[in-house]
Unconditional design. Sequence first.
Lengths: 111, 113
Amino acid sequence: GQQLNQSPQSMFIQEGEDVSMNCTSSSIFNTWLWYKQDPGEGPVLLIALYKAGELTSNGRLTAQFGITRKDSFLNISASIPSDVGIYFCAGLMDSNYQLIWGAGTKLIIKP
Amino acid sequence: NAGVTQTPKFQVLKTGQSMTLQCAQDMNHNSMYWYRQDPGMGLRLIYYSASEGTTDKGEVPNGYNVSRLNKREFSLRLESAAPSQTSVYFCASTGRGAYNEQFFGPGTRLTVL
């Protein structure tokens, strides 16, 4: 099935560093969503994007809907230990109710 | 509101056994979904229900059946479990409209021996 290309696959960072991850596709999306999954839990919605070029923040998190509608970016500023987890992007192409998911970016903070 | 609830949280089955995973949401959402998540992979859609009374196959429906019992409840059944169905299963729901912001349950961890 269709997949989004999410990168990087994993990141090892120091506490306090900024983090960037992205999702790309050869297809155009109408909606981009960013989720975070903690160990043993279900994904939780962080940011939703609905318009090309849109830039939305949620605390230290900022996400952008790419102008071509084929990509999206998530940035985390000044990372803290509770930021560890797996971040997923998901895109909606049309109103068929099916999200297309990236494979996830695992964020690990070095002690 | 409890949001999306799933039962059981853990289950171990033997090959060939059957079981039903339960999901309920109290957000008055129209659409509900069942996903599976395997290690190192994203979420793969098994089945979904766009509204009460309708169900449709997702990406990986083989070996599963679903029932949208009412607007609140959406169950997933494994008729004859196989080791390949060892996974974490997530239920999700979303409200009406163009914005598919899916809300997830805590998951069911299933092991098939």
